[in-house]
Write a protein that binds this ligand. Sequence first.
Ligand SMILES: Nc1ncnc2c1ncn2[C@@H]1O[C@H](COP(=O)(O)OP(=O)(O)OP(=O)(O)O)[C@@H](O)[C@H]1O
Ligand SMILES: [Mn+2]
Length: 270
Amino acid sequence: MTFPNYGQALFKPKKQERDVETDFNLFYFSDFERHNAEIAAFHLDRILGFQRIPPVVGRLINASLAAMLPDLSLAPRRSWRSPWRRSYSRSKLAQWEKDPNFCATVKKTPPYNKGTRLVDLIDMTILDFLMSNMDRHHYETFEKFGNDTYLLHLDNGRAFGRHSQDEPSILAPLQQCCRIRRSTFLRLRLLALPQFRLSDVMRESLSKDPLTSVAPLLAQPHLSALDRRLHTVLQTVHHCQESRRLAQQRNDVIYDDMGGYTGFDTTTRP
Ligand SMILES: Nc1ncnc2c1ncn2[C@@H]1O[C@H](COP(=O)(O)OP(=O)(O)OP(=O)(O)O)[C@@H](O)[C@H]1O
Ligand SMILES: [Mn+2]
């Protein structure tokens, strides 16, 4: 959408009511894009401390407007295929679904073999699991920064489709690689405490969107699902640490991106 002052925004209209749940039998690729999912994803990404989704706001026309990134001629972007992308065929499994050691291969493959790319991808996985987004076949980065950069979490319209069920396969990168940024882990633990409960922080954050005056951006069952899924993420990290400990393997589950900062206790009690 282009405005009279030449500003632009990415518009997604409202296509379904907020209390509609995606039919379990629907092939995920045919799911609707949801305007409230784009808004809620932006708030969740901020609450998780990632800040990797361009601002998205609701408007009284019942749609989401995403701040437009700089034009591609000014800031070219690179699109990357996710190693954990889903097979787009009902009968064929993807490599990561067949090979339990899939992550060992990814860890050796550029750009995942260096820097923070793998833990960045796992951050994105956690965001997607919490909001149950199965539509992350690709992600983008700004070309200018090469491989040493963050991932843009664009296109969240298929998130928040189901609240009564979780989709464990979205967490496969965390489960298979057993690695998580320490900053992410600490943030998740904070959001599991009663005084900072993720669903409460999300409700409060979303109440600042203009569309809240029409209806809450996320219905309560979707908010409750966030708390349940957060618990699953923390359990997954806990299992990773336990299995490393039992196998007496090097415990490299927590990727310390905080320079050994000791302000917090780093045990993994979920
Ligand atoms: N905030 C943004 N600013 C600029 N470009 C964007 C922004 N968000 C997404 N895009 C670009 O626009 C393209 C389409 O966006 P998006 O995927 O959200 O729409 P869509 O209708 O879901 O399309 P698709 O069916 O291809 O997934 C993306 O591939 C991305 O490169
Ligand atoms: Mn899309």
